[in-house]
Design a binder for this molecule. Sequence first.
Ligand code: HEM
Length: 221
Amino acid sequence: MERSGLRRFWDSSVGKKIVMGATGLILVAFVIGHMAGNLQFFSGPARFNAYSHLLQVDVIELTWLLRVTLLASVVLHVIAAYQLTMQNRAARPADYVRREPQVSTYAARTMRWGGVYLLLFIPYHLLHFTTGTLHPAFVRGEAYGNVVIGFQTMWVALFYLGAMAFLALHLYHGAWAAFRTLGIARPSNDPLHRRLALAIAVIVPAGFSLLPLSVMLGFIR
Ligand code: HEM
């Protein structure tokens, strides 16, 4: 049976890498926006709650569009990653001497486990701050109080900080790999794109981490 163009694209490893890169960049854009929005936390409860209200009530249709786009991106990103991993394994003979790839950074080697940690983090995070199901004292519409109380539990704050460490590694390798796959960077180790990936990988997790850290260290009660 003749396979459609889309099917052939998905079945090729280049096609899957393009899907990973494109969905990855959608997710990068989201985390940059989410981190920037979260910094309103330091403007106090009124501003932070108003921002949350805007997303949950005033522009709820847009929020749903965002949710569907994010969910589809995560699903495609994970399936492509899983299938590429399986293809690579199948292509490697069983008695092949195990060796590290020649160009490999710590970030590149932690993509899989870091990805799994983030995959556990995201549903926990939604049940924690969006639905409140796993929050000890959730009040709808009171995002500021929910965050403060949420991070007063030490292991929860540490779990978030762990996720931010993996997010940093994932963003560093992922943003750079996406730039290369999508042809934004030249096929050399273009230092400019490495630097851009590094800047995203440092600034986004650092900005996010300010929230749990400020509560853990008692600056915000
Ligand atoms: C320290 C780090 C983070 C903090 C403090 C934080 C905080 C929050 C808060 C308070 C909400 C609820 C907002 C509201 O009530 O409108 C939220 C929603 C959300 N967060 Fe985070 N977040 C963090 C990291 C992340 C990361 C790394 C991701 C993705 C990888 C993420 C994805 C989401 C998503 C998808 C929503 C749901 C938006 C919606 O559908 O309404 N968050 N976050």
